[in-house]
Design a protein around this ligand. Structure first.
Ligand SMILES: *Cc1c(COP(=O)(O)O)cnc(C)c1O
Length: 377
């Protein structure tokens, strides 16, 4: 039995007829970038998240760069970011000419550890950028208090966060500005790249809308330096159709995770299962990645690959040790919680189309691997 790391063939095929009906009208639009379908998707995301302003973009990496520019962050500014994240958390800060200041992560949530943030604040610190990873949010109550105390901006990388809520508020709407990714593997996936910016601030919203479209305002004048990071209408049409399955998909993901928990429970000696941290505020979690921590992670991944089971190491090298930021002077050992996780964390297949039999097969193979290691592990 083959279990790919990601496959949505069935779900995606069932969405196709929904957009096929609209394709004739779509072709007649005679304008297919950042137009009618994109406005409709923005409205749908505003309704789903409660965002006063949702601005569609080409992808979440661009959304982060645009957000930093809209906030006026640039050279001489420092931005506090977790060292355990996707490359975009680092590159967006470098792109605007600011300096990333890395913070270690909190065990369990893999998000930035609020207990370390204040020690990193300097007179140049302008913003904090938490990243909500895998299944739960950063402690936004603690972080918001720190940001207010030191008058810092808060940018939420909620690229993985669609559906997640903190005290009733959707991810991305607790700080000043936030982003969503619709990369195909994300909880709400396009058939290509697509992203979104969320904010409650009308001024930030209008700046972001201009920067995303070559700096143009509604009258067609270039008000500022911008990019071309517009969303295709075809992706917007697709995403709005996929949104009909968003809540059912989130429920399917949770059922799959419960089954993983059950099948992996007998392997507790070797396999650390994901946990949801108890917070002061109620939160709504969304299972985007089922992340285990294990000894001999790379050997296990190779063993599973040989049995046609796909996995992914999230993240194999923390950001502070990436070659691109060698000049910042971080060294191995500086941020130990993330560095340890980077050698042990492994994402297992998780997507709505997964079957109980496939989950059983993955867990059985993990059990075989550790049984073969003997008692001395
Ligand atoms: C996926 C992801 C991004 C980037 O999203 P794109 O739309 O692919 O640019 C950024 N941050 C995190 C945490 C992500 O998981």
């Amino acid at each position: 039995m083959t279990v790919p790391f990601f496959a949505m063939n069935q779900s995606f095929s069932s969405t196709l007829p929904l957009i096929e009906e609209s394709l004739d009208a779509f072709v007649d639009q005679a304008s297919w970038v950042n137009d009618k379908q994109v406005r409709l998707l923005e409205q749908a995301i505003e309704a789903y998240t409660g965002a006063p302003f949702a601005i569609a973009t080409g992808n979440a990496t661009d959304s982060l760069i645009i957000s930093l520019l809209a906030l006026g962050i640039g050279p001489d500014d420092e931005v506090i970011v977790p060292c355990y994240s996707f490359f975009a958390s680092l590159s967006c800060v470098l792109h605007v000419g600011a300096t990333p200041v890395f913070v270690d992560i909190e065990p369990g949530s893999y998000g930035l550890d609020c207990a370390h943030v204040e020690a990193c604040i300097t007179p140049r610190t302008k913003a904090i950028m938490p990243v909500h990873l895998f299944r739960q949010m950063v402690d936004m109550q603690a972080l918001k208090a720190i940001a207010q105390r030191h008058r810092l901006l808060l940018i939420e990388d909620s690229a993985e966060g669609i559906g997640m809520r903190w005290d009733g508020e959707h991810a991305g709407l607790i700080g000043d500005i936030g982003v969503l990714s619709f990369f195909p593997t994300k909880t709400l996936g396009a058939l290509g790249d697509a992203g979104m910016i969320l904010t409650r601030d009308p001024l930030l919203a209008s700046r972001a809308r201009q920067i995303m479209d070559n700096g143009r305002d509604a009258a067609g004048l270039a008000q500022r330096l911008g990019y071309n990071s517009r969303m295709d209408d075809l992706q917007a049409l697709w995403l709005r159709a996929r949104m009909l399955e968003l809540e059912p998909d989130i429920a399917r993901r949770a059922v799959h995770c419960a089954l993983y928990d059950k099948y992996l429970e007998p392997l507790t000696q070797w396999v650390q299962r994901p946990v949801t941290l108890v917070r002061n505020c109620p939160q709504r979690t969304v299972d985007y990645v089922y992340l285990i921590e294990v000894p001999l992670r790379d050997a296990l991944a190779a063993f599973l690959a040989a049995r046609h089971i796909g996995t992914e190491a999230y993240y194999p090298l923390p950001l502070h040790l990436q070659p691109v930021c060698e000049h910042l002077g971080f060294q191995a050992g500086d941020l130990p919680v993330a560095e340890r996780a980077s050698t042990r964390a492994l994402g297992l297949p998780l997507y709505p189309d997964l079957t109980p039999a496939a989950i059983g097969r993955v867990c059985e193979a993990i059990g075989e691997f550790y049984a073969a290691q003997g008692a001395d592990l």
